[in-house]
Design a protein around this ligand. Sequence first.
Ligand SMILES: CC(C)(COP(=O)(O)OP(=O)(O)OC[C@H]1O[C@@H](n2cnc3c(N)ncnc32)[C@H](O)[C@@H]1OP(=O)(O)O)[C@@H](O)C(=O)NCCC(=O)NCCS
Length: 207
Amino acid sequence: MTAMPPLITPRLIIRPFVLDDLDAYCRLQQASAEGVLSPGEGVATREQCAEWLRWAAANAVQLAQLHQPPYGDRAVTLRSSGELIGACGLVPCIGPFEQIPEVAGGPVSAPLKTASAEVGLFYMISAGQRRRGYASEAAHALIDYAFGELRIHRVIATTTHDNTASQRVMRRLGMQIGRNSFPDPHWLQVVGVRVNPAARPAEMSAS
Ligand SMILES: CC(C)(COP(=O)(O)OP(=O)(O)OC[C@H]1O[C@@H](n2cnc3c(N)ncnc32)[C@H](O)[C@@H]1OP(=O)(O)O)[C@@H](O)C(=O)NCCC(=O)NCCS
């Protein structure tokens, strides 16, 4: 497996994080936290941001050296200015996702006792840059890479019932959206799923 190259879209470059992103990453964390933190929660400190950045940058390099899948956050930057405006990536997801009829490909009558391992999508955009189509554009590039280069059978995205923005992004990505009708697990709420159009019909139902 080769390293994921920078993904270039009409307006964005999606690339690995580097240590030089520290100032911009701290600003991104600050901006994104505004208005969404609960009482008692704090914005990440500069040292916490630095620690995360060291890990994220090393993660991309080390996974590539091990020929492992390119899991982990990537920086979303503007092509016009280089500005860091968000993060996105492919993430490993383990859970009873086939409790969701849209993922299972048909009705589900009981909660599952086992989990499946899925390739998930993560995306976040700085509060000041939202509603300009950037999350959809970045996530589209990830899906194209996942389907075209990695030949992944399907990708999912998960969110909470109240995260309308994330669900709208899923729709824009052409995902089918389903809800967990069972009480458990409580974190499994809304799931978007899209199957690789290159999959043969038999593969579509046997996932
Ligand atoms: C979810 C998020 C990434 C969306 O980013 P974005 O760049 O604003 O999304 P886009 O501009 O691509 O918008 C896609 C669609 O969502 C809609 N949308 C965006 N924000 C919205 C909001 N707050 N309320 C309702 N709809 C919203 C857009 O209007 C657009 O809809 P359309 O396809 O009907 O035109 C951003 O709100 C965010 O970073 N949220 C915090 C992190 C997060 O929740 N990530 C999701 C992981 S679960």
